[in-house]
Design a protein around this ligand. Structure first.
Ligand code: MN
Length: 422
């Protein structure tokens, strides 16, 4: 995937709101989502442009309103669709009169999941997260010996993946009591979030036929934000020996917009691997992956507590990090997932794992920022947190930015913790 006319930073749209410097959705972005104007309406597939969403069926770009028809395209087909949308939305386009009728304000529609979710796998590519969490358990050997050889992952729960905006009750689970004698069923006292990216699979592979790393990106539709909500006390008690289970399966939220790898082409970068680390096994290695398999994407976590909302205060930034610091690239995740012949399918979702940065303040979860609940975090309004309280809203944001390219935004992934059910 290379740069072309659709990446020209000077290109503008006849949709005025797409030309502001602070928009997430300039004409160089063109991310896809499913939306509906009314609750009882079927989902429609659209593309973001400034403050609006363009209905692709109504605009005559797609035959039907199914996001599957975008996902079924080959990498070449997706590139052609991007060019069609770029040309039609560009200043002076003859499509303006017709497409104007197919524009809706994003704030006036409901944005859903980008597609039905097939299988959901969560990886563990954030080496600074893995190290920080490992340190809480094993101060001398935080990283397990397999970490730099094999992309670690587990099979998550797809049914509870929900669109941004979800409000969910603090989950109950088994929690070992302080006396260490027996667990109780109780609402989690260590409600946490995880800052991640979602990798949406556009088209899969036949059972038994691995996807070679050189073809991996052809199978990826794009990226969105993902919050892997986690109940840390439940997790601590249940995770051995088979990994996370009910501590994570109660809710996962994703942002509605799928930002394509074509849109992210200007932000490709070298994979970061410190000298002295083992080289990836051949099936996880390629020249293209080394030189440009990573993506520089700025990531942010914001907290909006019930008290801030009541007092009319803005959300507070909790941490910033970058996808560039992940240990494995998305191509490596796809190649690894399928190397045993496991088939990926359109609509499958791969989570990157928590994306923390190298500094302690760059933790992508409260588990890290509070050092396992030992350190209080004092917010600007005087409130204190170690883990989330009822009424807290977490907002994930992301954008890619560099000189010579237009800034590409992801929108937001939002979710709110409600009190536990009685
Ligand atoms: Mn996770």
């Amino acid at each position: 995937m290379t740069m072309d006319a659709t990446h020209n930073p000077r290109a503008e749209s006849w949709v005025e709101s797409a030309n502001g410097t602070d928009t997430d959705f300039p004409i160089q972005n063109l991310p896809f989502a499913r939306f509906r104007r009314k609750r009882d309406e079927a989902w429609r597939v659209g593309v973001a442009i400034g403050d609006d969403v363009l209905d692709l069926q109504q605009a005559g770009v797609l035959e039907d309103a199914d996001s599957g028809s975008v996902m079924a395209l080959s990498a070449t087909g997706r590139k052609a669709l991007r060019k069609t949308l770029f040309d039609g939305l560009g200043t002076g386009s003859p499509m303006q009169a017709r497409w104007k009728e197919a524009l809706y304000l994003q704030s006036a529609v409901e944005l859903g999941l980008p597609s039905e979710v097939g299988d959901y796998t969560d990886f563990y590519t954030g080496i600074y997260h893995a190290t920080a969490v490992g340190k809480l358990l094993r101060p001398d050997t935080p990283l397990l010996p397999n970490y730099k050889w094999v992309p670690i992952g587990y099979h998550g729960r797809a049914s509870s993946v929900a669109a941004s905006g979800l409000k969910f009750h603090r989950p109950h689970g088994q929690v070992m009591q302080a006396d260490g004698i027996a667990p109780q069923l109780q609402p989690t006292q260590r409600m946490d979030y995880e800052l991640e990216l979602a990798i949406w699979i556009a088209n899969g592979n036949a059972l038994g036929e691995p996807i070679p790393i050189a073809h991996a990106e052809n199978h990826v539709w794009g990226l969105s934000l993902l919050n892997d909500w986690s109940a840390r006390d439940v997790q601590a008690w249940e995770y051995q020996p088979l990994g996370p289970f009910l501590a994570k399966s109660f809710a996962t939220t994703v942002s509605p917009w799928v930002v394509t790898l074509d849109a992210l082409a200007p932000f490709r970068c070298k994979q970061r691997r410190p000298p002295g680390d083992p080289q990836p096994l051949p099936y996880l290695d390629s020249p293209a992956n080394r030189s440009g398999g990573a993506y520089a994407i700025e990531l942010e976590v914001w907290l909006h507590t019930a008290e801030m909302q009541r007092d009319g205060l803005a959300p507070q930034l909790l941490s910033q990090s970058n996808f560039e610091d992940a240990y494995w690239t998305l191509s490596q995740l796809v190649a690894h997932h399928t190397v045993n012949g496991c088939n990926l399918r359109a609509g499958d979702l791969l989570g990157t794992g928590t994306l923390s940065g190298p500094q302690a303040m760059q933790g992508g979860s409260l588990l890290e920022l509070s050092q396992g609940g030992h350190n209080n975090i004092t917010l600007d309004n005087g409130e204190i947190r170690t883990f989330l309280e009822d009424g807290d809203t977490i907002i994930l944001r992301a954008y890619a930015e560099r000189a010579g390219a237009r800034r590409i935004g992801f929108g937001e992934c939002r979710g709110t913790v409600l009190p536990a059910r009685a």
